[in-house]
Design a binder for this molecule. Structure first.
Ligand code: SAH
Length: 256
């Protein structure tokens, strides 16, 4: 189907929001992987401030809240995600230290050198890896850390079908050495770079799969929804076919 080649970015954002609300995570990731990445970050105290950019409903922010003594500010552009975020913080009794605010990653409401750690899982692609790393750097204290996940090519050469799909969906997708070089050029010491396990994608697609049919029923006859579902299915199908060629990586850097 022609429409299956559409990518998520081309669809109505409200529909996407609706599909991703009421899920623990809105992108690929897990508490175990958040904790692993956190293990590379030194020196956090109760005086430290963490920003979680593109936090969604805060799955990873709550893990940060439960495993550090820091103040955590989640920032997301979708007010309903932030509402759920703050409800989740209350449920976990973290509301004194973990707060969600509505904001745009292109214009963050922080002061220069205010933050000890910038976190962003499955979200920096919205501004672009290079732009995000370079624009957000000023908010970090010297010696502060950044930890982001990013879709990455595992090989120099890829089959045309997957190359074309991601080139269109996210032209900044690149290889591991190129991403590490970008991090260095943006003014960070690359501290750790590693591949997230395949299960973060398979779990993500499996959880989506359960919601696709009911979502289609809920929006019965809506062409946009049909196209959105088809695009999600196509992306998952491509993943299973070409997972040897790309995946999500954690990139952790230290401001120098
Ligand atoms: N970090 C969460 C959510 C990832 S999905 C998780 O891993 O589960 C990407 C998130 O980025 C969405 O919640 C989306 O609303 C948010 N987002 C997209 N563009 C944004 C922008 N310009 N500013 C802030 N948040 C944005």
């Amino acid at each position: 189907m022609k429409n299956e080649k559409h990518t998520i970015h081309e669809f109505d954002l409200n529909i996407i929001y609706d599909f991703f609300s009421n899920t623990a995570r809105q992108g690929p990731g897990s508490p175990e992987e958040t904790l692993k990445a956190l293990s590379f970050v030194d020196g956090l105290t109760e005086k430290s401030k963490i920003a979680d950019i593109g936090c969604g409903t805060g799955g990873q922010s709550m893990v940060l809240g439960e495993n550090t003594p820091c103040e955590i500010i989640g920032v997301d552009v979708w007010p309903d995600f932030i509402k759920q975020f703050n409800q989740n913080a209350h449920i976990k009794n973290l509301q004194k230290r973990v707060k969600g605010i509505v904001g745009n990653m292109e214009n963050l409401p922080f002061k220069e050198e205010e933050l000890d750690l910038i976190w962003s899982e499955g979200a920096i692609y919205n501004i672009g890896f290079e732009r995000g790393l370079s624009e957000w750097r000023k908010f970090l204290k010297p010696g502060g850390y950044i930890a982001v996940t990013e879709n990455t090519w595992f090989s120099e050469v890829r089959p045309a079908e997957i190359q074309d799909f991601w080139q269109k969906a996210y032209p900044e997708i690149d290889t591991i050495p190129n991403k590490v070089a970008q991090m260095q050029k943006a003014g960070y010491l690359p501290i750790a770079t590693y591949i997230l396990p395949e299960t973060i994608w398979t779990d993500y697609y499996a959880s989506q799969n359960l919601r696709l049919e009911p979502f289609l029923k809920k929006h019965n006859g809506n062409k946009m929804v049909e196209e959105f579902i088809a695009s999600q299915r196509y992306e998952a199908e491509l993943f299973y076919k070409y997972k040897a060629y790309y995946g999500y990586m954690f990139y952790i850097g230290k401001k120098i």
